[in-house]
Design a protein around this ligand. Structure first.
Ligand SMILES: Nc1ncnc2c1ncn2[C@@H]1O[C@H](COP(=O)(O)OP(=O)(O)OP(=O)(O)O)[C@@H](O)[C@H]1O
Ligand SMILES: [Mg+2]
Length: 319
């Protein structure tokens, strides 16, 4: 893990909030937003970071950028301690917070970008090259002269992603970059990120509530809940952890009573000659199919995979 590009060891963030408890009394309470998280991300990886509302995702990202100082644990990004060397780190990372813009509200995109060029002292040729690439791939050509306040959410998000990449960061943190976007904008953004990761080798940490983002972009996903890491691995592996089920859809010759006595499967629904049998996602369908074929007049069948949404929802529920 120490060889990794991003390293978190027992990372913690505790907030102290005052809450009213009674008419005059105020109580100090601890919120353990990040409660001992450890993981490493290798250079060039693209990792999903998901979890329910309030899980601690944004807090983690804010610590990874140096905006927030950890309450405990250790943190390194490109060998840099973010809280202690925030400015040095800023040259190596890009950040997109879907919920708010880093652009200047009253300025056209082009002017915002020019300001960033000076702030980050980006060489002119490099700046022009990066801007051109983003403008082309994110279809921003007609929007460069438009003040940010007049952009739609999807346009602004594409503008923000460009802003985060003008200085060639090694790492890109994306906190809900597709929130509120329509399907076309979402797929433009996804295609862009996938291309960025493949062609520039940019390390990407992606937070989202849209699991299609993860399915299409990330081989590895981390699930956090109540500030703790619940899962770290392949998206497919979530099925086993979440104890999800696949469904066998069986068409019989005629309407029959619910199929019974098939080991490892149970009938969950019938509709005329069609019946639905649930079985563990980790099990093979073959023995179940052959047992049904032995005892019932089988005409046709298909297997349905569990929706990843259901698996995650079950996991969040369990946590
Ligand atoms: N500045 C703060 N002061 C006090 N509590 C905070 C602060 N920022 C976050 N929290 C609390 O920390 C917890 C984690 O918040 P965080 O924003 O990291 O969640 P999240 O996983 O990003 O959720 P969401 O999916 O809703 O964006 C929440 O309970 C939140 O109320
Ligand atoms: Mg958040």
């Amino acid at each position: 893990m120490d060889g990794d590009f991003i390293v978190l060891e027992d990372l913690e963030k505790v907030f102290h909030v005052r809450i009213r408890s009674g008419r005059l009394r105020r109580e100090r309470r601890e919120v353990r937003a990040v409660d001992g998280i450890s993981f490493g991300v290798a250079r060039g990886e693209m990792v999903g970071y998901i979890g329910p509302n309030g899980a601690g995702k944004s807090t983690t990202i804010k610590m990874l950028t140096g905006i927030l100082t950890p309450s405990g644990g250790r943190l390194r990004v490109a060998g840099i301690d973010p809280a202690r060397e925030r400015t040095r780190l800023a040259r190596r990372i890009g950040v997109v917070f879907g919920q708010r813009t880093t652009l200047w509200w009253d300025l056209p995109l082009r002017d915002s970008y020019a300001l960033m060029r000076r702030m980050y002292r980006i060489p002119q040729a490099r700046f022009r090259e990066n801007l051109e690439r983003c403008v082309e791939l994110l279809e921003l050509g007609d929007l460069l002269e438009v003040p940010v306040r007049q952009l739609s959410l999807g346009q602004r998000m594409r503008g923000d992603i460009t802003a985060a990449l003008l200085h060639d960061p090694d790492v890109l943190y994306l906190d809900e970059p597709t929130i509120g976007l329509d399907v076309v904008s979402k797929s433009t953004v996804r295609r862009f990120l996938s291309d960025l990761n493949a062609s520039q080798g940019t390390t990407v940490l992606l937070t989202t509530h849209d699991l299609t983002d993860i399915e299409q972009l990330c081989k590895r996903v981390m699930v956090i809940d109540h500030g703790r890491l619940m899962y770290d691995g392949a998206l497919a592996g979530l099925h086993e952890v979440g104890e999800s089920e696949r469904t066998l859809v069986v068409d019989l010759e005629r309407e029959l009573p619910p199929i019974e006595g098939i080991e490892g499967a149970r009938t969950v629904r019938t509709e005329g000659p069609r019946q639905w049998l649930a079985f563990p996602a980790s099990a093979s369908a073959a023995p179940i199919v052959s047992r049904i074929a032995d005892g019932y007049p089988l005409v046709d069948l298909s297997v349905r995979e569990p929706a990843i949404e259901d698996v995650i929802a079950r996991m969040y529920g369990a946590g």
